[in-house]
Write a protein that binds this ligand. Structure first.
Ligand SMILES: Nc1ncnc2c1ncn2[C@@H]1O[C@H](COP(=O)(O)OP(=O)(O)O)[C@@H](O)[C@H]1O
Ligand SMILES: [Mg+2]
Length: 388
């Protein structure tokens, strides 16, 4: 029951705002027609902005976002926004007032017994019948109950109806949605190529600056050994040991590079096991929750692994947190969340790590959302389609 009342309040608020925007839309309609004839480009932009507000409002009310179409270039592109303006202008205020009037009438009926006798006799309270006696007033609580029960059903129903037709009119048509999707995929393909290129450059750099240098050192040591063997074989032994050390060093470096391409721990222990390993090495106390996590393609798991690794590095380095939590889930798509109770204020523009995460994730057609208000807490949420 409490839930229903809350739903009525939310719906009434939605309808009330809808009544106002409906009224504005009604006034805007003739203005828009004139503007479209005179300064078309500006008018289209305004219409787009106004429709955008409604998209956001409907998305907030229903909890499901409406895909945002590209800003219209021609009048034809704005046809459904114009249709919405017409429909919302004509019906928004009526539905809105109806939805709000019912709960208000219920409220009024409750208090009528308190004030009916002070209003002038020739203009009595008439909701829904003229109240001119105490007997009439005595029935008012019943009337209030009736109104309240009615609004329990009608107000949320009207709000749903309004949000539904707004959604129908404001959603981009299937063709446009397909075009948007193609644009998105083109972008993620470019990001994939870019990420691939960046990864190749990084591996090349690691091999060049690390492994190659170490192998050069090995060769150098072996050269010294050779000379020593010719001159004084007894003095060569410590030099051989040095060369051996240098070889182990080069091998370790090489292993590091291989691990940075695809961490072997992933194939051995799966994503949850690998992440558990990261958590064990995190400087901040951290817990892991895993929920229904089937194996994903190696590329996806390794992207997820690197995301968690970078996020945990950030938590340890920047957050000042006392606690953090990693959540992995999703049979449909891989969802990973890294939460910390630190001071927040993480900003993609301030470094390279978060940008790197976004680039990696975009390459997989995934999403990244960073929520880090000043004062904390910080949540990084990444989704990665499984791709198979
Ligand atoms: N978990 C976090 N809590 C607070 N601040 C953070 C967090 N993660 C990142 N930041 C801030 O956002 C900035 C950008 O992070 P990032 O792109 O990873 O760069 P960096 O290379 O400095 O780690 C960091 O410099 C830091 O100030
Ligand atoms: Mg970082």
């Amino acid at each position: 029951m409490r839930k229903r009342v809350a739903a009525v309040l939310v719906a009434a608020r939605y309808l009330l705002v809808g009544a106002v925007t409906g009224l504005v839309s009604l006034f805007l309609l003739p203005v828009m027609l004139v503007l479209l004839a005179v300064v078309r480009h500006t008018a289209l932009r305004w219409l787009y902005e106004w429709a955008h507000r409604e998209r956001v409002r409907v998305a907030e009310f229903t909890g499901a976002p409406i895909p945002e179409p590209a800003p219209p270039e021609r009048l034809w592109d704005a046809r459904s926004d114009l249709a919405w303006l017409l429909v919302h202008g004509l019906t928004g205020s009526v539905t809105g007032l109806l939805g709000v009037a019912l709960p208000l009438s219920a409220l009024n009926a409750v208090v009528v017994p308190l004030y009916w006798w002070v209003v002038p006799e020739d203009e009595p309270v008439t909701s829904p019948y003229p109240v001119t006696s105490w007997t009439g007033a005595a029935f008012m609580p019943l009337v209030a109950l009736g109104y309240a029960l009615l609004s329990l059903w009608v107000t949320p129903g009207l709000a749903r109806l309004q949000s539904r037709w707004s959604r129908a009119l404001l959603s981009p048509p299937p063709g446009a949605r397909l075009a948007m999707r193609v644009a998105e995929l083109t972008q993620s393909r470019a990001a994939a190529l870019e990420a691939h290129g960046a990864e190749l450059r990084r591996i090349e750099r690691d091999l060049h600056d690390g492994t190659q240098n170490k192998l050069v050192a090995v060769a150098m040591h072996l050269g010294i050994v050779e000379r020593a063997l010719r001159r004084d074989p007894a003095s060569a032994l410590p030099l051989v040991l040095k060369a051996q050390d240098a070889t182990s060093d080069a091998l370790a470096g090489l292993r590091g590079v291989v691990r940075s391409i695809y961490p072997p721990v992933l194939s051995e222990r799966g994503l949850d096991g690998a992440v558990a390993g990261l958590i064990a090495n995190c400087g901040v106390p951290c817990s892991l929750s895993v929920d229904d996590l089937p194996r994903a393609p190696a590329a996806v798991e390794s992207a997820a692994y690197f995301v968690v690794a970078e996020a945990l590095t950030n938590v340890a380095k920047h957050s000042g947190a006392t606690r953090c939590e990693v959540r992995l889930s999703g049979p449909a798509e891989l969802v990973l969340e890294v939460w910390d109770d630190g001071h927040g204020g993480a900003d993609e523009e301030d470094g390279t790590g978060l940008v790197g995460i976004r680039r990696r994730v975009t390459a997989f057609d995934g999403t990244m959302a960073l929520d880090s208000p000043a004062g904390g807490p910080t949540t990084l949420r990444v989704t990665l389609p499984r791709g198979s």
